[in-house]
Design a protein around this ligand. Structure first.
Ligand code: GDP
Length: 139
């Protein structure tokens, strides 16, 4: 079993798709280990996306990620990191495969409904950024 980290982004929460996305994740074999709805502060979003600090879309991404509530999730299944990336679909919804979260619910390359860690090492860092060890291991 492997854990990964995911966020239902502000666009999808605002458009009332959080429940449908959770349902799709569960239908794809993910167990919800920890879950919290919150509104990210600017410094939380800046820190989370620090790897993109030099990219032209960084300020816009931080503004988007702080515009409204998000759902933070720790998810578990076999091969969770890779499987979540498959279920999410491509970053740009125009390139996302049929049936993926981004094909179904993303608005644009930025407002793309869901985040998922891109590697096991990133998953460990991102889980620890938002959840305590107790939250990740208690259920
Ligand atoms: P991901 O791993 O598929 O989420 O993609 P990345 O790590 O490359 O990018 C992080 C997030 O930045 C994406 O999910 C989008 O919300 C946003 N993003 C990525 N590329 C672009 C872009 O070219 N333009 C804009 N405006 N946002 C982008």
């Amino acid at each position: 079993m492997q854990k990964t980290f995911s966020i239902i982004k502000p666009d999808a929460v605002a458009s009332g798709k959080a429940g449908k996305i959770l349902s799709l994740l569960e239908d794809n074999g993910f167990r919800i280990v920890a879950l919290r709805m919150t509104k990210l502060s600017t410094s939380q979003a800046e820190g989370f996306y620090a790897v993109h600090a030099e990219r032209p879309f960084y300020r816009s991404l931080v503004t988007f990620m702080t515009e409204g509530p998000v759902v933070l999730m720790a998810l578990e299944r076999e091969d969770a990191v890779k499987k979540l990336r498959e279920v999410m679909g491509a970053t740009n919804p125009a390139n996302a495969a049929e049936g993926t979260v981004r094909k179904l619910y993303a608005e644009s390359i930025e407002r793309n409904a869901i985040h998922g860690s891109d590697a096991p090492e990133t998953a460990a860092q991102e889980l620890a950024y938002f959840f305590t060890t107790v939250e990740l291991n208690q259920l």
